[in-house]
Write a protein that binds this ligand. Sequence first.
Ligand code: HEC
Length: 404
Amino acid sequence: MTAALCATLVHCSGGPAGGGSSSGASSGGVSCDEPGSNCVGPDGGRIEPSYALPEGKTYSTPDYAAMCVERLGEIPFFPKIADGSYETFDCRDFVSSKGPVAGAEGALIPVTVNDVATTKCDGGGLDNGYDCVSKCDRAMWFTASEFIDEGQSAACQPGPTVTHVRNAQGTDWVLLCRSVQDPQGLGMTKTKRFSDIALIGYNPKSGATCFFQNKGPTGQDGARVAHPGDRAKSSTIWPDKPLAYCTDACHTTKAFVHSPWIDQAKRKDGKSIVPKAGEQPDYPLGTKGAFRVLNAEAQGFELKPELVDDKVAACRTCHRLGGSGYREFSDWSTGTGAAYYDRITNNYKAFAKSHTMPPSLDGLTAQSFATSPYGIAMKRIDECLTRSPAADCKFASTRMGAAP
Ligand code: HEC
């Protein structure tokens, strides 16, 4: 109880000085159990840490998962059997080994070619397990990134899925199953083997975030995805220690990265499966959302500061910009970048479809974009979100904890 109070209501100070670029675990100062923190309650008295698994130590995957569950609440995909023992989850059929999970909603991430959905490979694409259709309308960014060693070309593949569930504490859990493998020839949208399985937990009130990435690289059993904290089954999917999650380039300023590709996966109400700013009540537009990767420093999750430059103000009315991968994402959202567009159908290279940012192109044309505030922002993003930014780019540490 005190822990919950502490995370949401009280002011905590002290702890190692923040301000650095990789100060994820400490700069927000909202966790009462950080080493050296001084957590003050509403009456001015000190609140003692009460978590069984404190931050500051490096944990194995099962222990890190237990630490995440202690702060974020349970992962409802995996109904609990006993301490450290959980049901598994089928990320093709969106059910647990015990049956449907209340509130869980999953969807196939479709692939379309000139607006026609396809469920089959056509022999094109990279031989990297993520790709098998030569061109598509909206491709996966992941393999296109220069920060990911998968060929620097976007990927078109039928069959990936994404599932969301919210727990009683208001934490959103998202499970992504991609890199679809079909050695048995069941069909890309039927096979339950995936080489890339990833899980994110994020509480929009506290900002607390946990990332889990499977151990790869070969096709794993998406019919029986295990809870990462399951003492017996965790290692069927997850590595011994949590793997770095591209927090320095991709998931730098928030838990959930959106793209035209993943946002094709919709809920029954038409909204994105992955909680999206402006669509979900706890996800307002703007740059105030809390984000804090739990135990980031001790687990080796590196985070980068966000770009707060005046010249990018037009984009920052809606969200943060941060991490070198975000330069690529921004290019791909505004019609440039061969690593992405070489895989895209001509229809989706046209201005109105290639410029997905800003979301409304009212008053903008292919001719006027470059000199608009958005075009100016793009120029600045290209100068600043690189491994060696221009000297006058202005950065600030992302607010890593709950709003004071
Ligand atoms: C009117 C609001 C608005 C403006 C202006 C806007 N965006 Fe976005 N953008 C969004 C929303 C909403 C998302 C989904 C993000 C989320 O839910 O976290 C998004 C997502 C993105 C993404 C995908 C990665 C991510 O953040 O999840 C990129 C890249 C992006 N925007 C770049 C830009 C750039 C560059 C500009 C300025 C040229 C810009 N945006 C302007 C609303 C906006």
